[in-house]
Design a protein around this ligand. Sequence first.
Ligand SMILES: Cc1cc2nc3c(=O)[nH]c(=O)nc-3n(C[C@H](O)[C@H](O)[C@H](O)COP(=O)(O)O)c2cc1C
Length: 184
Amino acid sequence: MTENLTQPELDLTIGGQTGFNPSGDEDSRTAFRNALGQFCTGVTTVTTVAPDGERVGITVNSFNSLSLDPPLILWSIAKTTPSFSCFQPDDPFVVNVLAADQEGLATQFAKSGSETKFKGVTTHAGLQDVPIIDGCVAYLECQVHARYLGGDHDIIVGRVRRIFNLRKAPLLFHAGAFHSLGPA
Ligand SMILES: Cc1cc2nc3c(=O)[nH]c(=O)nc-3n(C[C@H](O)[C@H](O)[C@H](O)COP(=O)(O)O)c2cc1C
């Protein structure tokens, strides 16, 4: 199937650019990443508590809605990330939707090192003591409903247990940079 895509008779040029198969060399993987980056997203920090009681937080923009009834959401976690072993079936977690003025938190929670992640961060105790980060746009308190293989990531499906919607201006992510939308 993949080989068919590289056959010359399927060559197509749009706007002066010839389409290509992204599963090739390093350059094509970078081009794939850049093409994905054209999809503008919000930014979340997903929090949970590890089995040893340590607070876990990870910046995530793969978050999306999945189902209204039952209320399900999804996001994906990289296999290489230290938090990969968290988020097992039934584990609680919170999706903290970051506000326009929380770019610093997005960067802080995108760095490995559990001791520094929650430094200076005001939190509230959510369901099963999962930290809820103060000052966000919205919160979805979830429980892991299912976990699926997805290449170099796993897909986490969460069943939503409780929501908060504070309706602030959100933080956005596009082409590798943070942006804001202005007041909601
Ligand atoms: C804007 C942005 C979005 C990100 N989205 C994801 C994501 O969806 N899934 C993921 O596994 N890592 C994502 N990351 C990377 C993680 O935040 C980063 O690897 C973090 O260090 C993971 O935490 P850990 O090292 O404690 O496991 C993203 C980083 C940024 C800056």
